[in-house]
Design a protein around this ligand. Structure first.
Ligand SMILES: Cc1ncc(C[n+]2csc(CCOP(=O)(O)OP(=O)(O)O)c2C)c(N)n1
Length: 648
């Protein structure tokens, strides 16, 4: 075949796939070609939008085999976390959506019921699929419906406690259910812990390792999957166990085990899945895969096998195309290291996200002082309590959304014991392309109710450093330091400080007190400038510590005609809500308007787009504030600034 013909033919098979039935009728040779076309497609598309490229390259054959053996959507295919569901999307009629993957109005980066009847669970927090599967299998058994339930779970997600609670119940219930363990030995970085060690001992099948090495060696210099790859992939058909066989740990739990099976061999995976499907009880299929398989930059990326580049990347190298910027994460990582140099009692904990949270920097210098606990936020919180009881000051670095998991642990295990644990919440507020489940908008409300817990929301690099140090100086209870995603805001120096509260701007007139929480400091300044053009004076403050509500903030509120708070978190129970309560308690009767994120499910898009949709831009807030304050002018019984001051 000429080069031209080859190019024209490229993606030919993939274009014929409009649903799972199209994959079911393909021959073995066609499947190998299709797998390669899917890889090319994934790399081409995700390199333009960003997304979970590494995990999806690793499950191409696995997903093909699942759709051949099972009958989705009648049979239910569940993807734990859901970040590895792109291939499933491709096979269920959504190829065309990949140009707008993770973009506003486009395909979600996770399964989505709104997108397809083939998608059922869309939460995107790890380690839940087995519990969903347990419930689904029970429901179908009770209703007498003959439908298979299949859950794909990574070795990383298996480190989460919910999986083990689910396995315990799945074994007891004994319902027909297939658990595909997608074992690539990695979460972001290599998966840690006893379970990971156990899986790798199962995986230590010399034949298997040899096969993967052969494939790796065969990769050409072009990062895209070339023709030689098909041939090598096609040649990989070998005798890995695929009968339902006893295997100590899972058998002890009462669950049959099939494997390990070469997860890049469609035929082998299919055989294992068929055996599992027909078994009539819970079965684990242990598929060994390679994260980023078939794409050299991903396979060779030691940090995380190109787990999830956040934006477009160079196909040849895998490097991000956007110019690197200093992120909030970097500022935190540097300052934590500086503090740890001074204080040997400071230790770090990460729940399988050492690099993304920046705590890896501490681990590189002090490996014995950082604990990666796996995808186990609940355990992280209580283990931190133990470290604190043992005389250390742990810093638990997690994404804001993931600490929701550990509410009770923070409440009782940490706070009730008045333990000095600092939770550093990265990606707080509206994050963007990962969509609703990844928004870090609940922390200030959820953890705001924890007695004795103090929450800091820095506005820039300088205040992040400062507030982190202040948090680590607290020795009689937990602290939270929360900051958003992306490039750190430019330093915004305060005019003066009142208690913990920074005054960022003030004018001769005290019409409006604008409480700008965290990274909204700059927005507050712009609002003040716009509102000043209408003749009103705005005092802009950053409370820095938003819980408990600083008494000084209430005093400041009393000296204005209108208080407006703006925060990057849900309004219910948020900073504005808490300030309103504190003002009522102090009998301060100045009207308060609290702006923030409605307690709702907000779609994916860029952070800027979503904030604009929510009316959280300087222009929108300025218009609101001007409207409210001029409305007060129109009210006959309004108080003047001096009246209000005199009253208080
Ligand atoms: C509760 C929770 N904590 C952290 C994450 C972030 N996260 C997303 S994928 C991932 C690694 C998952 O590893 P694994 O299940 O093995 O899947 P792989 O990416 O290796 O295919 C992590 C830690 C999450 N989604 N949910």
């Amino acid at each position: 075949m000429s080069v031209e013909e080859d190019t024209a033919n490229h993606g030919r098979l993939l274009r014929t796939v409009r649903g799972p039935q199209d994959v079911k009728r393909m021959s073995g040779e066609e499947l190998d070609v299709l797998a390669a076309e899917i890889r090319d497609f994934l790399i081409a598309k995700v390199s333009r939008t960003g997304g979970h490229v590494g995990p999806n390259l690793g499950v191409v054959e696995l997903t093909l085999a699942m759709h051949r053996v099972f009958d989705s959507p009648r049979d239910r295919l569940l993807f734990d976390t859901g970040h590895q569901s792109y291939v499933h999307k491709i096979l269920t009629g959504r190829q065309d959506g990949f140009d707008k993957l993770r973009q506003r109005g486009g395909l979600s980066g996770y399964p989505s019921q709104a997108e397809s009847e083939h998608d059922l669970i869309e939460n995107s927090h790890a380690s839940t699929a087995l519990s969903y599967a347990d419930g689904l299998a029970k429901a179908y058994a009770l209703r007498g419906e003959a439908r298979s339930v299949v859950a794909v779970v990574g070795d990383g997600a298996l480190t989460g406690g919910m999986c083990w609670e689910a396995l315990n119940n799945i074994a007891t219930a004994g319902n027909s259910l297939v658990i595909v363990v997608n074992d690539n030995g990695r979460s972001y970085s290599p998966t840690i812990g006893g379970l990971a060690d156990h899986l790798s001992s199962l995986r230590l099948n010399p034949g298997y390792e040899k096969v993967l090495d052969t494939v790796k060696d065969a990769l050409g210099s072009t990062p895209l999957v070339g023709k030689p790859m098909y041939e090598v992939l096609h040649a990989v058909k070998k005798g890995i166990k695929d009968a339902v066989a006893p295997q100590a740990m899972f058998e002890d739990l009462g669950i049959k085990y099939v494997g390990p099976v070469d997860g890049h061999d469609v035929t082998a995976v299919e055989a294992a899945l068929r055996a599992a499907k027909n078994f009539g009880g819970p079965v684990i299929v242990h598929a060994v895969t390679r994260k980023g398989y078939g794409y050299r930059p991903a396979e060779e990326d030691e940090a995380d096998c190109l787990h999830g580049p956040g934006s477009a990347f160079d196909v040849e190298t895998g490097a991000l195309l956007a110019a690197p910027s200093v992120k909030w994460t970097h500022v935190f990582a540097d300052e934590l290291l500086a503090i740890a140099d001074e204080r040997p009692d400071v230790v770090g904990i990460t729940a399988a996200m050492a690099e993304p949270t920046g705590i890896a920097k501490l681990a590189r210098k002090y490996p014995e002082r950082v604990y990666d606990v796996g995808i186990a936020e609940q355990h992280a919180a209580t283990s931190a309590a133990g470290l604190a009881l043992g005389g250390l000051h742990p810093v638990v670095a997690v994404y804001a959304t993931f600490l929701n998991r550990a509410f009770d642990q923070v409440l009782l295990d940490v706070a009730m014991h008045k333990l000095p644990v600092t939770f550093v919440l990265d990606r707080a507020g509206i994050t963007g392309p990962d969509g609703p489940s990844h928004y870090g908008i609940w922390d200030m409300s959820v953890f705001g109710v924890v007695p004795g817990l103090r929450i800091a929301a820095p506005r820039d690099a300088a205040t992040l450093r400062e507030e982190l140090r202040e948090a680590l100086a607290v020795d009689d209870g937990p602290t939270v330091v929360r900051f958003p995603t992306g490039a750190v805001a430019a330093d915004l120096p305060a005019l003066r400080r009142v208690g913990p509260v920074d005054v960022l701007a003030e004018s001769a007139r005290t019409d409006v007190l604008l409480v700008a929480v965290g990274s909204f400091g700059q927005l507050g300044m712009e609002v003040a400038a716009r509102v000043a053009e209408q003749g009103y004076g705005v005092t802009v403050v950053d409370p820095r510590w938003v819980r408990p509500v600083p008494a000084e903030l209430v005093d400041l509120a009393a000296r204005h005609r209108l208080v407006v708070s703006v925060e990057d978190g849900v309004r219910v129970g948020g900073v504005g809500d808490a300030l309103g309560q504190a003002m009522r308690d102090a009998d301060v009767r100045v009207p308060l308007k609290d702006l923030g994120v409605p307690a709702d499910w907000h779609p994916h898009g860029t952070r800027a787009q979503i904030l604009a949709d929510l009316g959280l831009t300087a222009q929108d807030v300025a218009r609101d504030v001007t409207g409210w304050i001029s409305g007060l002018d129109a009210t006959p019984d309004r108080l003047t600034a001096s009246d209000a001051a005199a009253q208080n």
